[in-house]
Ligand binder design. Structure first.
Ligand code: GRF
Length: 211
């Protein structure tokens, strides 16, 4: 088995704290990968500053500059293919990706969502959870498919909803878990064998790994 770090691409739109958590886990030797490319659809994303400080390859690709979703998806695919990445991690990338993107990288695009999917897909998941009155919230790492926040689930973590929580306090509690499970999900996909059976990601007894 090869031991070279597996190239990843990361797609961001803003703060980039999940991106930094992944980079930190790689630095710490917890995830056998390297970040080959960081793409942002926003030039002012804070995460881009971190990427540049770290000397990572970055691309700013504003979606508004493309004629259609399909054209944008295809441009992303081309940019990512230049770096021969094995996994692409959406980390607060606030742009839906359509079939042209998802089908280009089957079972190789991950996302983190701040709810226990399939509950509360889409925007403002933490607020949706509060308004629904759930007592347990959480985070989900899942494969990306053209259906919003609906691909096979890789890892989840739960947090309690506390009396008096606001969307901000609940988001902060969930974010701690996001930063833990996103690197862990990547690590498992890279070092363990796994397969997808229907909707289930099954670890442990297959020959297929990404390395
Ligand atoms: C996170 O809550 C993530 O779950 C959601 O968008 C937010 C991104 O935060 N998809 P950050 O940019 O990683 O700090």
């Amino acid at each position: 088995m090869e031991n070279r770090p597996v190239p990843l691409s990361i797609l961001i739109s803003g703060r980039g704290s999940n991106f930094r958590a992944i980079a930190q886990a790689i630095d710490d030797g917890r995830v056998p990968a390297r970040i080959a490319l960081v793409i942002s659809n926003r030039a002012d994303a804070d995460g881009l500053k971190y990427a540049r400080e770290r000397g990572m390859a970055t691309r700013v690709m504003p979606h508004g500059e493309y004629a259609s979703r399909d054209a944008y998806d295809r441009a992303l695919v081309a940019a990512i293919r230049e770096h021969s990445v094995k996994l692409t991690c959406l980390a607060g990338f606030m742009r839906r990706l359509g079939p042209a993107f998802c089908h280009a990288f089957p079972n190789a695009v991950l996302n983190i969502h701040p709810s226990l999917l399939p509950a509360f897909p889409g925007a403002d998941a933490q607020r949706q959870a509060l308004e629904h009155g759930v007592k347990v919230a959480g985070a989900t790492v899942h494969f990306v498919t053209p259906e919003l926040d609906a691909g096979p689930i890789i890892l989840q973590a739960a947090v309690p909803v506390k009396e008096g929580d606001s969307a901000d306090t609940l988001s902060a509690r969930i974010l701690v878990e996001e930063h833990r499970i996103y690197p862990e999900a990547i690590r498992r996909l890279l070092v363990e064998s796994w397969r997808i059976e229907g909707r289930r990601v099954v670890f442990g007894d297959s020959d297929a790994t990404l390395r």
